[in-house]
Design a protein around this ligand. Structure first.
Ligand code: KG4
Ligand code: ZN
Length: 341
């Protein structure tokens, strides 16, 4: 079974061919990050325009590198939620046109389900059920992966995603977009005890998280230092932030694992590349004897291999779309055809 995956939810235009769910035949990513850097973040209209320009060439390259003729495909999978709406629409419309012209099934994929599926490409031994911590620029949640296409969200951020918190704090510290990886690098030179940061609690829920208070605390500390003309030790602030985020995420995961009895834990999303988080999760899992799966760094960020992989499982479960498939900016809720609720 050969599935083409297409991803355009944010600032990466990507296409990939995956064989039999987990065998990666090709993965092409055209990143716009350097272009958006001059604006300090993703400019949605610019992202849509670049997707529009690049999507055909990226798809052609993915087919060529996989050595697969379009006729040989069994289906075309595409991210249809969540993400920047204009960006998503480019991918959805393109996939729809391709599926129609080739007479192939069209397979909708939830971006977050795709991030989780990145683990199957790297770890073919991983099988549901398990617990997954999803941490990206737009989402932070803890979900039970009941089977390959069914998810039960157990805890989520009430405000900012962890990636958003990293990116905004990086910006105020003077690091360029995308800031998460810059915080990670800078943190290696800093002292995480130098700036004690708050650990926001969420009223009424043990499992939900909050990152906006943490973000505000970092921004206020930096602004205050500037006002009184004190120098901020940026690497130590980066280390303090990374340490605090990693601790919050690891503690929540530990709690959910204890409550649900899951002993297999996975991580997914751009922030799962963070070295401090990977280390904290590894030692927590080692302490309890849990098995931990993490995507390799190459599959943490946005890519289309994860969409092709999840698309393969959706296809096997009979989740396909008709010609009225639409894109949705926000992705949690009953709208999801693969049950992300
Ligand atoms: O999953 P992703 O590529 O896109 C979304 O679906 O949002 O995640 C992007 C996020 C950004 O906030 C980026 O700064 C963050 O992942 N990120 C990191 C690291 N690498 C990427 N955050 C912390 N440490 C990293 N090493
Ligand atoms: Zn993503």
């Amino acid at each position: 079974m050969l599935i083409l995956g297409i991803e355009s939810s944010c600032d990466e235009t990507a296409a990939s061919v995956v064989e039999d769910c987990t065998v990666l035949r090709s993965s092409v990513i055209a990143s716009q990050a350097m272009e958006h850097r001059q604006y300090g973040g993703v400019v949605p209209e610019l992202a849509s325009r670049r997707h529009c320009e690049n999507i055909l060439a990226v798809t052609r390259q993915a087919l060529q590198e996989a050595d697969v003729a379009p006729e040989a495909l069994d289906g075309i999978a595409v991210t249809h939620m969540p993400g920047l709406i204009g960006a998503l629409l480019v991918g959805v419309d393109f996939a729809k046109g391709l599926a129609f012209s080739m007479g192939k099934p069209l397979i909708p994929v939830h971006h977050i389900a795709g991030h989780i599926a990145a683990n199957y490409l790297a770890h073919p031994g991983l099988r549901p059920p398990y617990l997954c911590l999803v941490v990206s620029g737009g989402h932070t949640l803890l979900t039970e992966v009941t089977d390959h296409t069914t998810f039960r969200v157990l805890g989520t951020t009430r405000d900012d995603a962890a990636g958003e918190c990293f990116d905004k704090c990086a910006r105020v510290l003077g690091y360029p977009y995308p800031g998460g990886v810059q915080i990670d690098r800078a943190a290696q030179q800093g002292d995480h005890r130098k700036y004690p940061l708050p650990r926001p609690r969420v009223a009424g829920s043990e499992l939900d998280m909050s990152f906006s208070g943490l973000k505000t605390a970092v921004i206020n500390t930096v602004h205050h230092a500037r006002q009184v003309q004190e120098e901020i030790d940026a690497p130590s602030m980066a280390a303090s932030l990374q340490h605090t985020v990693a601790e919050i995420l690891t503690e929540k995961t530990e709690l959910v694992a204890a409550q649900t009895g899951h002993r297999v834990i996975a991580m997914a999303g751009g922030v799962s590349a963070n070295s401090g988080l990977r280390a904290a999760m590894s030692s927590m899992c080692e302490k309890h004897g849990y098995t931990l799966y993490m995507p390799p760094l190459s599959l943490c960020g946005d890519n289309a291999a994860m969409i092709a992989c999840q698309g393969s499982y959706n296809f096997l479960a009979g989740i396909t779309a008709d010609e009225s498939l639409n894109a949705y900016a926000s992705g949690q809720g009953a709208l999801s055809p693969c049950g992300m609720r």
